[in-house]
Design a protein around this ligand. Sequence first.
Ligand SMILES: C[S@@+](CC[C@H](N)C(=O)[O-])C[C@H]1O[C@@H](n2cnc3c(N)ncnc32)[C@H](O)[C@@H]1O
Length: 245
Amino acid sequence: MNDTVKLLSTEQTQAFDTEYVDDEMFELVAKQLQHYHITQQDFQLMDVGGGNGKYVDRILSRFPQASVTLVEPEPSLVAKNTPNTRKHIIPSTFQNLDLPSQLQVVQFNWVLHHFVTDGYANTCQLQQKAIEEAYQILAPGGVILIYENFYEGAWLKSLPSWMIYQLTASQRFAPFAERLGANTAGVGVCFHSASYWQTLLQRAGFLTIQETHCYDFGTLSPLKKLGLMLKKQSVGLLIAQKPHC
Ligand SMILES: C[S@@+](CC[C@H](N)C(=O)[O-])C[C@H]1O[C@@H](n2cnc3c(N)ncnc32)[C@H](O)[C@@H]1O
């Protein structure tokens, strides 16, 4: 893998020292892991961009048969992790990782939109590549889980994605993007609609792709929504399985 992915500064990642998966969302994951027969035996889960580790700690406590690998490039978040003999921490970007193999679960909780590089098309390719690599490192029958904020355009589904990327990635627009509330200003962020992510999953080879809607949110004023030609912002879980053979 190459290392062209852009990273936020330590100051910009301060806001991520939290836990976005609430009880209901955790139960949704637990139910899906059972549904896909993951929890019926020992399993290995990789949490990409796992931050302070609170999510994987919960996985370890619920499932004694689980062992986890947490991949996190931000040292201040790595340092917040509670050690556990079943938790292996790799202080790295996903892009710089020596890829393991035969995992049962690869999880991306609000991290794929941070996979950005120079240019919108290249950024989309970087995201596609990450999903393809997740496919490779899974054992047959393994699953990918993606919690994301979905942004859907009013007229063109992908227009808000492109506009938010352009506004946040540009150094020139950084002060403006900061005033709009983007803590990713000057680096970039690349959200998509749920259907866009589903297309990337399909292209990578995943089957049985399911989306569960969790909740709608509206952090932007009606004026900003209009400016971004945004129809809807929502949070959801995508789960897809690698074929058994
Ligand atoms: C929005 S936070 C989500 C944190 C955590 N997954 C959660 O749900 O609470 C995004 C995380 O991804 C990490 N990250 C950003 N770029 C990454 C990359 N290229 N590879 C792996 N992790 C990355 C950030 O440092 C940060 O911890």
